[in-house]
Design a protein. Structure first.
Length: 418
């Protein structure tokens, strides 16, 4: 009897082990390196086990004040790293671990430390101006190359910010390009301009540079209005602006506040020509304001729109097709995130060429970035070049206009220096 009970117990134990194995599949783990973590995403790819691994930390605004543009930017950056790994990067396995900091600077600093101390990151893709500027001394001390959605000209000082790189024209250069266009195309005396921006490091970034350049070229800034980045009403500020009757108003906001400004301007019957820097442009503008209200609005296009017939769009469309998606499923800020990540990956690849043996560290990635010359981005963005003395990749932008409910470029890539 005792032997029978012992045999039965052994049989049940064996059956339990078999059932457990079946539930787990053929030995797979539920927490491999390609799954989503507890507070972020990991776009790593388990490719060649002998490949050198480089981890990029991502700081995203998925839920904060600029998440209307921050979320698609993050999606595009993660998509590019996934795409690059799927195509194979010889001798390299690049991982991008993205975490949401909600546009809160202390949270960005905390997550940066997690990337550095826990994930083993050697480079960072950030997003906001305030957090990018707050971290610049830390990334310099840690020797972590840092590219960002922020295009603040303050980051283009290789002494103050030796590990920061601008992958597109700075906000100041964008504003200068618009002011030059105004000067060259305005009819009827000295053009007058108002500046509309939010009270954040992002909003304020280009203001003084634009005022100085306007004075230099003979454009008169007659008014400034501060409008919250999450504003749902701006009539009081626009009524104040209307008293100065500017010919043009240049906006430094994201889609949401820009939509509010255009909607309220139409309600108030203001006939000023509104223009904006890069985060005001793109299809997301139409999510909050009808196309008729946006008609004629002008802005800076640092990236192509999805579906534009340029060579660089082919890889994006290949990625989308593999996901069962189309151009309509992404927007221009996805393209901006894609390009930002691509430039970082190209720097890592260059570092791998310069240092074929051993781990790839941040200082080597910085050298790789400074070795990029006239990097061809296939028309989805202006080509970029960096050097030890210049971390601003380009000063070129295109100017676009909303026509019949769509964005249309009215210039090639140009610079205020042209």
């Amino acid at each position: 009897m005792k032997k029978s009970k012992k045999l039965l117990w052994l049989l049940l134990s064996a059956l339990f082990v078999l059932v457990l194995a079946a539930c787990n599949g053929d030995g797979g783990s539920a927490t491999d390196s390609d799954t989503q973590g507890d507070s972020g995403t990991n776009t790593g790819s388990n490719t060649d086990s002998n490949a050198r691994e480089v981890v990029i930390g991502g700081l995203w605004d998925l839920t904060g004040g600029t998440s209307d543009v921050g979320a698609p930017f993050a999606e595009g950056a993660e998509a590019y790293v996934e795409y690059a790994n799927s195509k194979g990067i010889e001798g390299l396995n690049i991982k991008l671990i993205g975490k949401d900091y909600g546009y809160v600077i202390p949270e960005a600093q905390k997550l940066y430390q997690e990337h550095r101390d826990k994930a083993g990151a050697q480079a960072i893709i950030g997003f906001g101006t305030g957090d990018t500027e707050a971290l610049r001394q830390q990334v310099a001390a840690d020797e972590f190359p840092f590219v960002s959605g922020s295009l603040s000209e303050n980051l283009n000082d290789t002494k103050e910010s030796p590990y920061n790189f601008l992958v597109a024209a700075s906000y100041s250069d964008q504003g200068r390009a618009l002011l030059k266009w105004i000067k060259e195309n305005h009819e009827g005396g000295e053009p007058t301009v108002a500046l509309l921006y939010n009270d954040t490091a992002f909003g304020r970034s280009p203001v003084e540079d634009m005022k100085a350049y306007a004075k230099e070229i003979g454009v008169k800034v007659v008014d400034e209005q501060v409008i919250d980045v999450k504003a749902t009403e701006a009539q009081s500020q626009l009524l104040n602006m209307k008293k100065k009757d500017p010919d043009y108003a240049i906006i430094q906001q994201t889609w949401a506040a820009t939509s509010t400004i255009l909607r309220d301007a139409k309600t108030l019957g203001i006939d000023t020509q509104f223009m904006g820097l890069n985060w005001t442009t793109g299809e997301g503008l139409f999510d909050n304001v009808d196309a008729a209200t946006a008609e004629g609005y002008m802005g800076v296009l640092i990236n192509s729109m999805p579906g534009d017939e340029v060579p660089g769009m082919a890889e994006i469309e290949e990625y989308l097709t593999g996901k069962g998606k189309k151009d309509e499923d992404i927007n221009q800020k996805f393209v901006q995130g894609w390009v930002t990540a691509k430039i970082m990956v190209e720097a890592i690849k260059k570092a791998a060429e310069l240092y074929p043996d051993g781990d790839i560290k941040g200082a080597q990635i910085r050298e790789g970035m400074e070795s990029l010359t006239d990097l061809d981005l296939g028309g989805v963005a202006a080509n970029v070049s960096f050097s030890a003395n210049n971390h601003a990749g380009t000063k070129e932008i295109r100017i676009g206009v909303v026509k019949d409910g769509k964005w249309e470029a009215i210039t090639d890539y140009i610079s205020f220096e042209d």
